[in-house]
Design a protein around this ligand. Structure first.
Ligand code: PGA
Ligand code: ZN
Length: 417
């Protein structure tokens, strides 16, 4: 027995950067049971599904979402009404077919994901289950180890730091609550360290501090100072980086600190960092088209560091399959809006884990009060989540939802043990 979708509604709301985004409501048997808000990236990969913006320069600098909202209210509602709300795959397939393009450029991945996630929430509510349990079924949940992005650079800050994200991973703790506490204390310790050095200024898009630094490596030094300053060891809390190197990859190489580096220079630089710092994970260390750089690095160092494909895989099974064939990475970043539906996200995650790869569920730099990814990470047993610094409500909302879930889900362990 299942409830049927009786209506969809949509509207423009604002994201954490003050840009328009899409909110979708899903009605089941006439009652509003599901709502979701779509996130938005800044350092978006070229292979991501298309985020439909109005491109009308006279409104919101061209970033309006009037067309995407209209697509939900007209086309998607008409297509989904009457479907059983708990048939997520069917719901997503109907939308994919209606869109009819490989990158969702017709209806817009923001319109489609909004509808997909609103239906997911409505399915959970209809069955009176918490979302994480609806997603996870009888497998039960696993609390993810958080990657807290406490120092922001790259496209998320106005600083001179090329590496986009310096994150800490409190993986050596018995519970999520203890891990999060250690991460939060380290965030505050970083603030003190930066203040001591006269480097405390604003924060970046994901709530981390955003100082100018002499070199990227100084970011690593601050991570260690913050971990130890908070009274923890680098065995308990490790470092994760998102280099987001596609952003500074040009025809002639990687432009970093005034130099132009080849892929093998990048491999050597990372190897040096791995020798000197407690780095557990490096995301997008190479550009989205630099398959050789990726494969060379993973082959040489994948035994001692997690290599995470974000722009490389864009949460899409096709790109991931190529990566698996080449041994490009040993983990996939999971962003629902890179592919545009819940089912395709689950399919890519399944492909990754089937091939022994880790999944890291992720927010976008443009977020909202929507906390779907917290439940999603627990229910899929991904084991890792990155959702920013423990600052600003758009980031903290996810950690707070995880704290609620942690009252029922106790399993928490290092993905690197
Ligand atoms: P984005 O950044 O949301 O701006 O793409 C996040 C990331 O690169 O992981
Ligand atoms: Zn990334």
């Amino acid at each position: 027995m299942s409830g049927h979708i009786t209506g969809l509604d949509a509207r423009m709301v604002l994201d954490s950067r003050g840009h328009p985004t899409v909110e979708v409501d899903c009605y089941v048997e006439g009652a509003l049971l599901g709502r979701s808000i779509v996130p938005s990236g800044a350092s978006t990969g070229a292979y991501e599904a298309l985020e439909l913006r109005d491109q009308d320069a006279s409104r919101f600098g061209g970033k309006g979402v009037t067309r995407a909202v209209t697509h939900v209210k007209e086309h998607l509602e008409e297509a989904l009404v009457g479907l059983p709300v708990d048939e997520q795959r069917l719901i997503d397939e109907v939308m994919i077919e209606l869109d009819g393009t490989p990158n969702k450029s017709n209806l817009g991945a923001n319109a489609m994901l909004g509808a997909s996630m609103a239906c997911l929430h409505a399915g959970a509510a209809y069955h009176e289950l918490p979302l994480w349990k609806y997603v996870g079924g009888v497998a039960g949940g696993l609390m993810p180890v958080p990657m807290l992005n406490i120092l922001n650079g790259g496209a998320h800050a106005a600083s001179n730091v090329d590496v986009q994200e310096f994150m800490i991973m409190p993986h050596g703790f018995d519970t999520f609550q203890e891990g999060l506490r250690a991460g939060v204390e380290t965030y505050h310790a970083l603030k003190s360290e930066l203040k001591k050095d006269g480097l405390l200024g604003g924060i970046g898009d994901e709530g981390g501090f955003a100082p100018n630094l002499p070199t990227n490596e100084d970011g690593l030094k601050y991570m260690v100072r913050a971990i130890e300053g908070a009274g923890y060891s680098t065995e308990e809390i490790g470092i994760a980086l998102d280099v987001a190197s596609t952003e500074f990859k040009h025809e002639d190489g990687y432009h970093m600190e005034g130099k132009v580096l080849s892929s093998s220079d990048m491999v050597d630089m990372y190897a040096g960092w791995l020798d000197a710092y407690p780095i557990l994970s490096i995301e997008d260390g190479f550009g989205e088209d630099d398959w050789r750089g990726w494969a060379a690095f993973t082959k040489a160092h994948g035994h001692r560091v997690q290599t995470v494909g974000d722009d490389l895989f864009v949460t899409q099974s096709e790109r991931l399959s190529q990566g698996i064939e080449l041994g490009a990475a040993n983990a996939m970043l999971v962003k629902l809006n890179q592919v545009g539906t819940v089912s395709e996200t689950l399919e890519a995650m399944d492909l990754a884990s089937t091939h022994g790869m880790n999944n890291v569920v992720s927010h976008r730099s443009g977020e909202s009060e929507d906390v779907t990814i917290a439940d999603f990470a627990v229910g899929t047993r991904a084991g890792q989540i990155k959702t920013g610094a423990p600052a600003r409500s758009d980031r903290v909302a996810k950690y707070n939802q995880l704290l609620r879930i942690a009252e029922d889900v106790h399993e928490y362990r290092s993905p690197f043990a």
